[in-house]
Design a protein around this ligand. Structure first.
Ligand code: M6R
Length: 364
């Protein structure tokens, strides 16, 4: 049942304040702003590396989590595409924790990668939305995304749910390794619990996001840029646009632009920049100016602080509520989803069942 929505994707995008509240309730004690017990058998102080393995959007969630785990827990992290990982001779010490992320829990390559590591690493953890799935059954430990059924082929609420689980996991890793203090824990988690409200505010910006979509609908190519933890979000935004609107899109680390992709820039290429006012902001503005100097059309996604610094910079500005720096990709993900959704609706493509795609990819 789509309720008042035209598509399941729209319904699922709008469900995110609730689905994330649900995920948070399972992981965080809202009174103390401390983690509830989960994955109790795992001690991150006893592992020497984390492997994050997944496909598609779930792989980008892993890529974001790499920044968190490095930052909070000082752990070496490798992010792996499941279809590549299973065929590589990865050097293992046996002291790794391997985390497999999947909405459906049925993705053949992710399942094969999980099987491939049986008895070869210290722990195999599944972060899944379907607790009865093959991946959930095969793994020794499970964290449930709690997003509820996701029908649209384009993953939305499962992605942000995966991020909440991985965020909690990174905080837990930091606590166990002594790199996150109890005060840090409270700070990180109280900011994490603000996301449902911030996302409700972003959903109310639908009209402004539709205006951005109008700007993109006739483009042949779109670039998404970010730095730091917003870089993988740029990759996810490009995937979302590609899969439902069939517009060619690329995500790039903004600093990488001048190493090649800037050659693509002219007036016909819109460039969407995910630019929360974090430590990368000034550098990102310089990268944006390089784009503007070549006639590129800039669309900045930023918070009020960032917007005030963009007054003299070219391009249009979409202002979203300020989220805690590390958690900004979770809030901005909703912007990326709504942009892709509205472009697809304007183009009249099949939003929920895009051509050539299946909801879960059970072939290798
Ligand atoms: O069910 P999974 O999370 O394992 O699926 C992985 C990918 O197939 C999936 O995220 C795909 O990339 C989505 N269509 C993206 O929106």
């Amino acid at each position: 049942d789509k309720g008042p929505y035209q598509h399941f994707m729209a319904k699922e995008i709008h469900e995110q304040p609730d689905s994330l509240r649900r995920a948070l309730l399972g992981l965080v004690d809202h009174h103390s702003c401390k983690l509830k017990p989960f994955l109790e058998e795992i001690d991150f102080a006893g592992v020497d590396r984390v492997l994050l393995v997944a496909c598609g959007t779930a792989h980008y969630a892993c890529h974001i989590a790499k920044y968190w785990l490095e930052d909070f827990a000082g752990l070496p992290v490798e992010v792996e595409i499941a279809s590549e990982f299973r065929y590589r001779n990865v050097a293992l010490s046996g002291r790794e924790i391997a985390i497999f992320v999947s909405q459906s829990g049925e993705t053949a390559d992710t399942l094969a990668a999980l099987n491939h590591l049986r008895n070869r690493v210290a722990h195999r953890v599944a972060v899944v939305n379907v607790p009865t799935s093959s991946i959930a059954r095969e793994a020794e430990h499970i964290v449930e995304i709690q997003a509820g059924p996701e029908i649209g082929v384009a993953s939305t609420k499962a992605f942000t749910g995966q991020l909440i689980c991985l965020a909690a996991l990174a905080v837990k890793a930091g606590l166990q390794r002594g790199t996150v203090s109890q005060a840090d824990e409270q700070n990180l988690l109280s900011n994490l619990t603000m996301l449902p409200r911030q996302i409700t505010e972003i959903l109310a910006l639908d009209g402004a996001i539709q205006a951005v979509a109008k700007d993109l609908v006739d483009a042949g190519d779109v670039l998404f840029l970010g730095r730091g933890v917003m870089y993988p979000l740029a990759l996810e935004a490009a995937l979302k646009l590609k899969e439902i609107s069939y517009i060619h899109a690329e995500g790039y680390a903004a600093g990488e632009l001048k190493h090649g992709p800037i050659a693509l820039i002219d007036q016909s290429v819109p460039v969407v920049v995910f630019a929360p006012s974090d430590e990368h902001f000034e550098k990102l503005v310089s990268n944006g100016k390089e784009v503007a100097a070549r006639g590129g059309r800039l669309i900045w996604v930023t918070d009020p602080k960032g917007a005030s610094k963009l007054k003299d910079v070219e391009g249009s500005v979409l202002k979203v509520p300020e989220a805690w720096d590390a958690w900004a990709p979770i809030a901005h993900a909703v912007v990326a989803q709504l942009i892709a959704y509205h472009v697809a609706v304007l183009k009249g493509t099949d939003v929920d069942q895009p051509r050539n795609l299946a909801k879960s990819v059970t072939v290798e």
